[in-house]
Design a protein around this ligand. Structure first.
Ligand SMILES: [Zn+2]
Length: 461
């Protein structure tokens, strides 16, 4: 019992299923299902670990009385009933683990109300909660008059090739309504368009070739360079002046090597980070007297586009974001790799044209996903909010619009519904990821209630 637990018909029913759900979750967590190139084969498109996890959840579903389609081992489709489709999308793959874990990352250790382990919150816990919600409803005779599919993917963390296979190769139909338990409660009705572009400038003689950063969707936090042609005294002097202007900068000089340490932040929230690459370029620009490079620092560093008129807004979103995750220099050309997130009202190419017009240089749009907006006044949002509120009595949390992208974008008529409760940080993608077992229990009741509410909509239509 926690602040979100209420005594309701569904939470009472969930009690009976909780012990078995918990045991299933422990077994699921114990499968190391990081995508593994080294064991990929035709029947293991994402490697052995993901295959084991997809098999586990499918065999569990068969045991619970559901139909299973193994989907060429890209996903496991669990289904029941006939009629209009209601879908649930969860994933069985997890991100790699670092050495910083205190608890065993694949141990599913329970301490107090928390279970620790990779995937406990993202996304195995929510997947198991949704599966037992279905089992509960099936036993109660409430999965009648429609068809429910729960699709558990194996590649969400590396680009969702799982659902791409499901819809584009297997040509499975899209649902009438769908949700993914791979985001936040109460629900996420809008997600920005996520785009990447390169921004290139000709700047010969800047330095020896370099490449900083690797992930595009994280603020570049580490950058260093060796400037052999500049005396160590000059480098030190420039450091001193730099710190006068930017007292927060973390800059270190060893011989002719200059290193900046910034602060990483998610690509949707670059303003919470500090870009080490932009700082280092700004530092070099002062030494080499390259004013255009200095102005680039000022234009890009906040990450909100305000200084170059790229801060688009819409009814659903209050901002846009520009995150530089990678910077490359080949001796002639300097290239920024930018992760840009936009409201639904602005065309990504137009946003790129604006960048080129205001800052100069050459801008090339590499990829873009469309924004997702489900009318916050729609029946779907209304009935899912109703399920959440009746089960938790949380009437203050509002539907969310976010900059991040969820699994919902891979389907249609689909939004993220849980499973992180308001105010929680479950350390997903980080060491010591965990789930509150009370949250896990509560979400079984919320999902059961949510599916029944959606079913009423499809049966009415
Ligand atoms: Zn996830």
């Amino acid at each position: 019992m926690n602040e979100f637990t209420q005594k309701t018909a569904y939470s009472e029913l969930a009690k009976k299923y909780y012990p078995e759900a918990l045991e299933s979750l422990v077994n699921f967590i114990k499968i190391n299902s990081v995508n593994d190139e080294s064991t990929v084969s035709d029947d293991k498109p994402f490697g052995q670990g993901v295959r084991d996890a997809l098999d586990y959840v499918g065999n569990l579903a068969i045991k619970l009385g559901f139909n299973v389609d193994w989907c060429d081992h890209y996903c496991t489709e669990i289904s029941y009933g006939e009629g209009e489709l209601i879908d649930i999308y969860a994933h069985a793959d997890v991100v790699p683990v670092s050495k910083d874990w205190i608890h065993e990352p694949f141990g599913a250790q329970i301490e107090g109300d928390n279970m620790y382990g990779r995937g406990t919150s993202d996304d195995k816990g929510p997947a198991i909660a949704a599966l037992y919600a279905l089992k509960l409803l099936k036993d109660e005779g409430k999965l009648e008059g429609f068809k429910v599919r729960m699709v558990v993917g194996g590649n969400e963390e590396l680009g969702s090739r799982c659902l791409e296979h499901y819809f584009n190769v297997m040509h499975k139909p899209y649902p009438k309504y769908g949700f993914t338990p791979d985001g936040d409660f109460p629900l996420i009705y809008a997600e920005k368009a996520i785009c990447t572009y390169t921004h290139t400038f000709e700047i010969p003689g800047l330095a020896n070739p370099f490449e900083w950063g690797d992930a595009l969707n994280i603020v570049l936090a580490d950058a260093s360079i060796t400037l052999d042609d500049i005396s160590t005294e000059k480098l030190e002097q420039a450091r001193y002046i730099y710190l006068e202007n930017y007292p927060q900068a973390n800059i270190k000089i060893e011989g002719h090597t200059v290193t900046f340490k910034g602060k990483a932040s998610h690509g949707s929230l670059p303003w919470f980070g500090s870009n080490a690459g932009l700082h280092l370029l700004n530092y070099i620009a002062r030494l080499r007297h390259i004013p255009e490079l200095r102005s680039l620092f000022h234009l890009y560093h906040h990450g909100d586009g305000k200084r170059f008129g790229g801060d688009y807004k819409s009814d659903n979103f209050t901002d846009s974001s520009y995150c530089i995750g990678k910077i490359k220099y080949d001796g002639e050309k300097l290239t920024f790799y930018v992760n840009m997130r936009l409201p639904e009202t602005i065309n990504p190419q137009d946003a790129c044209d604006n960048v080129a017009e205001k800052m100069g240089g050459e801008v090339k749009l590499l990829s873009s996903s469309e924004a997702l907006v489900i009318d916050p006044k729609s029946d779907m949002v209304r009935v899912l909010m109703d399920a959440y509120q009746k089960e938790t009595h949380d009437y203050t949390s509002k539907p969310l619009a976010i900059g991040g992208g969820t699994y919902a974008k891979e389907s249609k008529n689909t939004l993220a519904f849980g499973s992180a409760f308001p105010g929680r940080d479950n350390r997903i993608h980080d060491n010591e990821e965990y789930i509150s077992l009370d949250d896990f229990y509560n979400s079984i009741a919320i999902y059961a209630h949510g599916i029944v509410n959606l079913a009423k909509l499809v049966k009415k239509a």
